[in-house]
Design a binder for this molecule. Structure first.
Ligand code: ZN
Length: 143
């Protein structure tokens, strides 16, 4: 399989529930996400796909959804407090762990038709969560 990837940088805050450790406190990360797309064949240009198409879609989703935002699980006790204060945050159905954020990005881009095979979510330069799935059978829709 051929693979190409794009990297997106962003900043986010979060805290994890049901967890004992530093990420149980409200804090921030300089995140880095590598989105890997794959294909068994190349197009007439010799590409899996145009890097810029993937970069634009990934950057747009991450900027609009996660960048410079506080990510919380929906049942976090901070949710009603921040709501009452008119503060901006993102309430997720899952804990905002690197693993879950990788899957959210993967699912969104697959849903747009990108042949994503893996999302590597760097919470730090040395701590990386990966969500991956093989390509679905049959042709992948062109985004
Ligand atoms: Zn953290």
């Amino acid at each position: 399989m051929f693979q190409v990837s794009e990297i997106v940088y962003f900043c986010y805050g979060h805290r994890l529930l049901d967890y004992v450790g530093k990420c149980a406190r409200v804090h921030g990360h300089n995140g880095k996400v590598e989105i890997v797309v794959g294909g068994e064949t190349l197009d007439a240009r010799g590409f899996v796909m145009d890097f810029s198409d993937l970069q634009v879609a990934a950057q747009r989703f991450i900027d609009d959804t996660f960048d410079h935002r506080l990510l919380l699980r929906r049942d976090d006790p901070l949710v009603p407090v921040l709501t009452a204060q008119g503060e901006t945050f993102v309430a997720l159905d899952v804990n905002p762990s690197a693993e879950n954020l990788a899957k959210l990005i993967f699912d969104h881009l697959r849903g747009l038709g990108f042949p994503v095979v893996a999302v590597r979510f760097f919470e730090t330069e040395t701590s990386v969560a990966v969500y991956s799935q093989p390509l679905p059978a049959g042709p992948v829709a062109t985004p």
